[in-house]
Design a protein around this ligand. Structure first.
Ligand code: 5RP
Length: 226
């Protein structure tokens, strides 16, 4: 009865959705890692994949180490399905992602896929997104000014730091400003819209109208597909 059981259940169930000849986008994070491992197991059992397209160096390295045919997004003509985790998802399948610092690449993969399958443990289900932090990826150039602009609009948070106090650097070598809301926003789409037009903001961790099937893993090891 652990969270790892739940993540593993979601990752394995998603691997069973993959069919022969597919090109598969790989998300980033601990749940995505379980999916990548389960996918490689299926490949060893005879599943044929045209390619996998990782969203981060971490997922790329794991996929390669497990013998999966990793390719760059620019080398593939299309992506059938991308499987990725999330930090929060609400009943309308609006999500927050970016806990692992790869949400910009993850969004590019997801919107360029025929389907994004979301894999989560049960703790990620929320009634409204914005309970936890919202990762906002910010260009290093002018980053204090970009932060000021966010704060002027009422969005306060913290630069994401590594354990040693250095700045956390995203997959795209940018910074992350983790915004914290007093209460989850009533209209998260408006918040995204307001933030995205500030010069220096690369993207927010909000994902709207992107999620397809959602595979939820539970602590007791069972899963549901929504
Ligand atoms: C990485 C992400 C992850 O998918 C998200 O943080 C969930 O991670 P985990 O599966 O480890 O809980 O968005 O940028």
């Amino acid at each position: 009865m652990t969270i790892e059981n739940a993540k593993k259940a979601a990752g394995r169930a998603a691997a069973d959705l993959i069919k022969n000849d597919m090109i598969v986008g790989l998300g980033t994070g601990s749940t995505a890692n379980y999916f990548i491992e389960a996918l490689s197991f299926r490949v060893k059992q005879g599943l044929y994949l045209k390619a996998v397209v990782p969203s981060s160096k971490r997922s790329h390295d794991l996929a390669k180490s497990l013998g999966l045919p990793a390719q760059d997004i620019n080398q593939v003509p299309y992506i059938d399905i991308t499987v990725d985790g999330a930090d929060e998802i609400d009943p309308l399948k609006r999500m927050i992602k970016g806990g692992g610092g790869a949400h910009v690449r993850e969004k590019i993969l997801a919107v360029n896929s025929r389907e994004m399958v979301v894999i989560i443990d049960e703790t990620k289900l929320v009634s409204k997104v914005g309970v936890g932090k919202l990762p906002v990826e910010i260009l290093f150039f002018g980053s204090p000014a970009t932060r000021n602009a966010l704060e002027k609009k009422g969005y306060f948070g913290k630069w994401r730091l590594n354990e040693d106090g250095s700045f956390f650097i995203t997959e795209n070598t940018n910074l992350t400003y983790d915004v914290v809301f007093d209460t989850p926003p009533l209209y998260p789409e408006q918040v995204h819209e307001e933030m995205i037009h500030i010069p220096g903001v690369i993207d927010t961790g909000f994902f709207f109208d992107i999620a397809g099937r959602v595979v939820v893993g539970y602590f007791d090891g069972h899963f549901e597909i929504q």
